[in-house]
Design a binder for this molecule. Structure first.
Ligand SMILES: NC(=O)c1ccc[n+]([C@@H]2O[C@H](COP(=O)([O-])OP(=O)(O)OC[C@H]3O[C@@H](n4cnc5c(N)ncnc54)[C@H](OP(=O)(O)O)[C@@H]3O)[C@@H](O)[C@H]2O)c1
Length: 213
């Protein structure tokens, strides 16, 4: 997809990767609408990008999540793509992770992105794209091996794996409309993207993936 002129909703724009992605898309001539939880960071980013539309949401309010795509379509007058980079981390041996924490991880990492894309699917343009950040288990040593299970990451990994499986089915459902569904698996959290160069590189490859789809 040609990024210049593309109208894209970024959900999780107040985070590291979402913020960088929103800036990168805007620099390449995309028109963005932003959604995030932190109102101060959201307003500042929207202002930096020239007063683009911005809306706050909370991941646990799934109806609010599903309303973001239709909102962005109204604000931008068309919706070519959606990027979801919302996520939470939480680690510990299975017996030490409370049900509350496990439920929170599933909600933020799986149910929220699903709800966002569920709401966006009917309004995204044909030949558009839907993208979500997954990642989790350490990368396999080769393409034919499964991801390496890492003690202390069961609930986090399960939440990301649930989203990945869901995206695979969504891709099949949207194939007749040529809507590309991207599952972007970022590196294991033990290998943080914190150094700006790594985060920038991750966002560069993410934008490249959109541009070449
Ligand atoms: N960075 C890494 O090392 C790494 C590695 C593997 C996978 N990933 C995945 O990549 C994605 C983005 O990572 P990141 O480094 O950009 O993370 P980040 O800086 O922590 O950003 C996370 C985003 O999720 C939002 N969020 C968290 N809980 C929320 C809630 N309850 N309601 C609404 N929004 C909520 C945050 O909103 P506020 O900031 O407004 O609160 C923020 O916009 C995540 O899915 C993460 O799991 C990252």
């Amino acid at each position: 997809m040609e990024i210049s002129g593309a109208r894209v909703l970024v959900v999780g724009a107040t985070g590291v990767l979402g913020g960088l992605a929103a800036r990168a898309l805007a620099e390449l001539g995309g028109e963005v609408a932003l959604a995030g939880r932190n109102p101060v960071r959201l307003t500042a980013l929207a202002r930096d990008l020239g007063g683009v539309p911005a809306r706050c949401f909370e991941a646990s309010d799934l109806d609010q999540c599903s309303a973001l795509g239709p909102w962005a379509e109204r604000m931008l007058l068309r919706l070519d793509g959606v990027l979801v980079t919302v996520g939470a981390t939480g680690f510990g041996a299975v017996e030490d992770v409370s049900n509350d924490v496990a439920g929170h991880l599933l909600t933020v990492n799986a149910l929220c992105p699903m709800a966002v894309l569920r709401g966006a699917a009917p309004v995204v343009a044909d030949k558009g794209f839907l993208l979500a950040a997954t990642g989790g288990a350490r990368a396999p040593r080769s393409r034919t091996e499964p991801p390496v299970p890492e003690p202390g990451t069961a609930d986090y990994t399960a939440s990301k794996a649930a989203l990945s499986s869901w995206l695979r089915v969504l891709a099949e459902e949207l194939a007749p409309r040529a809507v590309a569904v991207h599952d972007i698996g970022f590196p294991h959290p033990d290998e943080p993207l914190a150094p700006p160069a790594d985060a920038l590189e991750a966002v560069r490859s993410l934008v490249e993936r959109i541009a070449t789809a």
